[in-house]
Write a protein that binds this ligand. Sequence first.
Ligand code: ZN
Length: 186
Amino acid sequence: MIDQEKIKEAVTLLLEGIGEDPGREGLKDTPDRIARMYTELFAGMGQNAGEHLGKVFQVENGGIVLEKDIVFYSMCEHHMLPFYGKVHVAYIPEGRVVGLSKLARTVEVYARRLQIQERMTGQIADAVMKELSPRGVMVVVEAEHMCMTMRGIKKPGSQTVSIATRGAFEEDARLQDQFFRLLGEA
Ligand code: ZN
C-alpha cells in the first residue's frame, strides 16, 4: 500500500536535489500535498476490475456495444508525468453487458497507477474479456503524453493511439472497420 511518509521524504530530497529550499514558504507543505495527491492518483494499484465488471445485466445476444470518450488521466512510468485522453471500448456481448459507469471505473483501475499506454489498453481489453466473456473486445486509447509534449519532442496536442483486440475482433477487418465507423458517428 501507499506509504505517505516515504513519499514526503522523497519529495523533500527531490526538492533539495533540484537546488530548492524545501523549507521556504511556498514549498513547506509540498511534500505533504504530493503524498496525499499520489494516494489518489495511484489508487488503482489496490483495485481489481472484477469488483466493477461483476455487476452485469443479461441481454439477448446482439451487435457491437460501443462506449466511447471515457476520459482518463494516468502517469507514465518512465517519467512520472501525466498522459491523458480518451478510451473507447467496444464489445460484442454474449448475454452479458455492463453499464457505462462500470467501464469507466475499470478504466480508472488501470489508469490510476504508473503505466504505459499500450499496457493499459491491453489490460482494459483483458478485463472486459475475462469478466463479461463477450465474443470479442476492442479497445482504442488516444492520449497526449506530457513527457513528449512538455519536453518538445513532439508538438503539443499530438496524440498517441493504441489498439487492443481480443476474440472476434482479432484479425477481422470488417469488425474493426465497424468499430471505427461507430466511433466516427456523432
Ligand atoms: Zn514518459
